[in-house]
Design a binder for this molecule. Structure first.
Ligand SMILES: *Cc1c(COP(=O)(O)O)cnc(C)c1O
Length: 475
């Protein structure tokens, strides 16, 4: 039989319906009702132009030109075009507080609080007792003082903003003394010397990269000294022949000089992480009681809350920060305060924290739990990937991330995917990693040593079925 007789003739450009006709046809009116005339018009024009190209190259069939077929294709394009750019992903990188993935996950209590603040007027800067205008910090100040032992507290947009505000308000046109070993750069271009310059502060570096002694600070103190500053070296560790001056000693020097001591804790924890057998991190409470006058830390690192920069310390210092014009520019919104308040409330019952606070829950997951999960997930994953890859269970180590605990690793479990070399043409691991990123909820692992590692620490049991369900869509 002659193929040319049975195969339908390809469609010609003239067979393509006009934009105007389609826009008046019922399935397209329905799309206009949903997406609006202008977007439907724009995407339909694009779709018709692509069809014209294919008609010219003889690869377009008439079956694709029926109204229902065209409308289905357009509906898919409209849905894709309207999809959020802020997509949920599976974080299997092994880094719990991943800055590029939005750091801490918030508890349900915070979600509810944010939803309430989004949909109803709230007493943000309104004192319900006096009926007068209030201070927005009041929403969380009492809680922060209760949890840290501070006299006063204020909140800004992130910890970089907190440091900028503290330096601008307390040390503009004057000098701040910092150890050379603490002149940090944090990912995302937070460099302490740059922030100092921006604040109009003169940086006085003392000591050497590995060793700084009390005398180094004492010799640097002068008439123009505004602050002594200690920075938690959160994303690296200087080890070996080292010496740093601790907070109590710095406090003695600051007191003699008559200037405050400011500590940027970076992550800063409100609880003793050692209580959960986690690597220790200085707590805000301990830093204040050791003698710091002002302490700053992030809301979305170990605290496990929303992005924010928290400043706690002596009343007159916090008052000076509040009066500075930058405070207004760096202030947080009601959503941040609602979420932060809900998270801080959880800290009042520390014995439930490892269950209720997602960050702590993830950090304290038992290796045995993740091992059982790896055993469960390996077969379906192997099946989805096919015989070109080998999936095995693997002991891994995950990290806290966001600068906290740069060296300490947490024993974890996961899956290792390797490409089998054989006669088949199995795509590379780099290609596989791309395909995982193209899943409806992208799966992000870590590619190293010719292996794609999927650390299961951040895949909680509740998300497992959603994780498994989408592997059928691997393209
Ligand atoms: C993370 C960090 C910062 C920056 O905090 P953000 O909340 O990301 O702005 C500043 N200082 C230290 C020591 C940090 O670890």
């Amino acid at each position: 039989m002659d193929d040319r007789l049975s195969a339908p003739a390809p469609a010609a450009p003239a067979d393509i319906p006009s934009l105007d006709r389609l826009l008046h046809a019922p399935p397209f009116s329905a799309l206009i009702g949903c997406y609006g005339r202008s977007r439907v018009g724009t995407l339909l024009r694009r779709q018709l132009a692509a069809l014209r190209e294919r008609a010219l190259s003889g690869t377009l069939s008439r079956a694709e030109l029926t109204e229902p077929a065209l409308a289905t294709q357009l509906a898919a394009a409209l849905a894709e075009d309207g999809r959020s750019r802020l997509r949920p992903v599976f974080n299997l990188t092994g880094t719990v507080l991943h800055t590029n993935l939005g750091r801490a996950l918030l508890p349900d209590e915070a979600v509810q609080a944010v939803a309430r603040a989004l949909t109803a007027p709230v007493s943000l800067e309104f004192d319900l007792v006096s009926g007068r205008r209030g201070e927005r910090d009041a929403v969380v100040e009492e809680l922060l003082c209760e949890l840290t032992g501070a006299e006063a507290a204020t909140v800004v947009n992130n910890n970089a903003a907190a440091v900028l505000l503290a330096l601008s308000a307390l040390a503009a046109r004057r000098e701040v003394i910092v150890s050379r070993g603490e002149l940090i750069e944090i990912g995302g271009s937070f460099r302490l010397p740059d922030i100092m310059r921006q604040a109009g502060t003169r940086l006085i570096e003392v000591g050497t990269t590995n060793r700084t002694h009390p005398a180094d600070y004492e010799q640097a103190v002068g008439e123009r000294t505004a602050l002594l500053m200690k920075v938690h070296t959160s994303n690296y560790l200087i080890s070996g022949f080292t010496h740093a001056v601790d907070i109590p000693e710095l406090q003695r020097i600051a007191q003699r000089a008559g200037v405050p001591l400011f500590a940027d804790l970076g992550s800063g924890s409100l609880v003793e992480l050692g209580d959960w057998q986690l690597p220790r991190e200085p707590t805000v409470h301990a830093t204040l009681s050791a003698g710091a006058d002002l302490v700053s830390f992030s809301g979305d690192k170990l605290l496990g809350g929303p992005q924010a920069g928290v400043l706690v310390g002596r009343t007159e210092l916090i008052a000076a920060l509040r009066k500075h014009p930058l405070k207004r520019a760096l202030r947080v919104g009601k959503l941040t305060l609602a979420a932060l308040e809900a998270v801080l409330q959880l800290y009042r019952a520390p014995e439930h924290l490892a269950q209720r606070l997602p960050t702590l829950r993830l950090l304290t997951r038992a290796a045995a739990t993740m091992h059982a999960q790896a055993v469960r997930l390996r077969p379906p994953l192997q099946q989805a990937l096919g015989p070109g890859y080998a999936v095995t269970e693997a002991a891994l180590s995950s990290q806290v991330g966001s600068g906290a605990q740069p060296v300490e690793q947490l024993a974890s479990y996961g899956l290792a995917i390797r490409r089998l070399t054989g006669p088949g043409r199995t795509p590379s691991l780099a290609r596989l990693e791309q395909r995982l990123r193209a899943l409806p909820r992208p799966v992000l692992g870590r590619l190293a040593e010719d292996t794609l590692w999927l650390d299961l620490r951040c895949l909680e049991e509740a998300d497992e079925s959603a994780f498994l369900a989408q592997w059928a869509q691997l393209r």
